[in-house]
Design a protein around this ligand. Structure first.
Ligand SMILES: [Zn+2]
Length: 433
């Protein structure tokens, strides 16, 4: 058993002072606020949070950071992203993902949801082990010291009206949803990993194929994620072909519900929002990517008010900083409405922690409470960014660079801002060519 003494800890109701935290077998065995420091317990100075969850990641997009900033649209950015995807092998992707997940560990992320569609070799040929890419990503997370939910993504067509995959997209495809399900079912994850399902989008999975993916996830109680209405062009094409919005199409296919997370949900009608909320479908906002790709601003407050739990993802990894994602949810509402104060710090904290873990299928993570997985993320409150901000400053002033210590499932991964197993900047530089 290990005992820590947190100067301040973010408990389920908010920050508390002088919190004694006991960890036994990778879980919290005692959490007691208002306890004087004792000589034996390591002191966690600053603010200690539960583990942060990054609910939407495409690890290889990190290779584009800073490199694709000229004029263009989401679609011209996607062409550049495909050039990176064309070159990756299981070995090179393992090295890149290890570095990216280690960057996440430094940022206090203890669990990632990897929305994974780069399944096959060039031309769509299966590897000898058809899940070799999945295995590479799961191993990468283990080496970086974090948990992973591999959201194995069904990707079958290139357009809403069913045009076949072409070029590098052939690496994403399994032919049909039944073959996708057969491949995914053959992958057995180790203890730090879970497998969920993903429908890439209504562009990439024909309406009649969607129920197969839904049934696969439902039979296992596994999370189901889907990109939804990130671009207006997707809505226009879906309305033209199916006479329904993407949300309506997913609803009709039985794809919405409490185990489903809609990613982005940027361009929604009022009835789309109601449908998501009424079905308890979660929504993952990715504000730093959405602004980087000029997607638009999703209706975060309205979605939360209609019943959709919100979580957060760094998606394309233009930035890996869950504090920035959380703060942007509030700040984007301010820009849209010209008013302040839409989300409380505790709402942003929930999105960053317990809601993200729930969306990834880890109901026993994301809170500092007895019985939960022992994830701790200590943020310094004495840096130039955080000094004088108080405990709520974490979500309104701190950055990933202020994370000092990270413990995942009771194991220390980051100490004094350093990853214990990897030189992360070097690993990123070596992996991005
Ligand atoms: Zn995405």
């Amino acid at each position: 058993m290990t005992t820590y003494h947190a100067e301040l800890a973010w408990l389920p109701d908010g920050p508390a002072a002088d919190v004694l935290i006991e960890v036994d077998g990778g879980r919290f065995s005692a959490v007691a606020p208002g306890v004087s420091p004792s000589a034996g317990a390591p002191r966690l100075a600053g603010l200690t949070l539960p583990g942060l969850a990054n609910a939407h990641s495409h690890a290889f997009h990190r290779a584009l950071r800073g490199r694709v900033q000229g004029r263009g649209t989401f679609w011209s950015w996607r062409d550049m992203m495909y050039q990176v995807a064309a070159l990756l092998t299981p070995d090179s992707y393992r090295a890149l993902a290890r570095a990216v997940y280690a960057e996440m560990a430094l940022a206090g992320i203890t669990c990632v949801g990897e929305f994974h569609y780069l399944h096959h070799n060039t031309g769509g040929t299966r590897y000898a082990d058809p899940n070799e890419m999945s295995a590479a990503l799961v191993e990468a997370a283990a080496e970086a010291g974090i948990r992973i939910t591999l959201l194995d993504t069904c990707y079958l067509t290139s357009t809403v009206d069913g045009k076949p995959l072409a070029g590098v997209q052939e690496r994403f495809g399994d032919g049909d949803a039944a073959r996708w399900a057969e491949r995914v079912s053959a992958f057995t994850p180790p203890a730090h990993a879970r497998v969920g399902a993903a429908i890439h989008s209504v562009r990439a999975v024909p309406a009649e194929q969607i129920p197969t993916v839904v049934e696969w996830a439902a039979a296992r109680g596994a999370p189901l994620h889907v990109h939804l209405s990130e671009q207006r062009a997707e809505n226009t094409a879906c309305l033209a072909h199916h006479r329904r919005t993407p949300t309506e199409l997913l609803a009709d296919a039985g794809a919405l519900g409490p185990l489903t997370t809609a990613v982005h949900a940027t361009h929604l009608s009022d009835s789309d929002r109601t449908e998501l909320g009424d079905t308890d479908t979660a929504v993952c906002l990715c504000p730093t990517t959405e602004r980087d790709l000029a997607d638009g601003i999703g209706p975060g407050r309205a979605l939360a008010d209609t019943g959709s739990p919100l979580c957060l993802g760094s998606d394309s990894h233009a930035v890996i900083d869950i504090f920035e994602e959380a703060r942007a949810v509030e700040m984007d509402e301010r820009l849209r409405t010209e008013r302040r104060g839409h989300f409380s710090a505790n709402e942003l904290a929930r999105a960053a922690t317990v809601a993200g873990h729930a969306a990834l299928g880890w109901a026993d993570a994301g809170a500092i409470a007895v019985g939960q997985r022992a994830d701790l993320v200590t943020v310094r409150l004495d840096t130039v960014r955080t000094a004088g901000t108080g405990p709520h400053g974490a979500f309104f002033a701190a950055t990933a660079a202020d994370v000092a210590h990270v413990i995942v499932d009771g194991r220390e991964i980051v100490h004094d801002g350093q990853h214990l197993h990897l030189d992360v900047a070097r690993a990123l530089e070596d992996a991005i060519v």
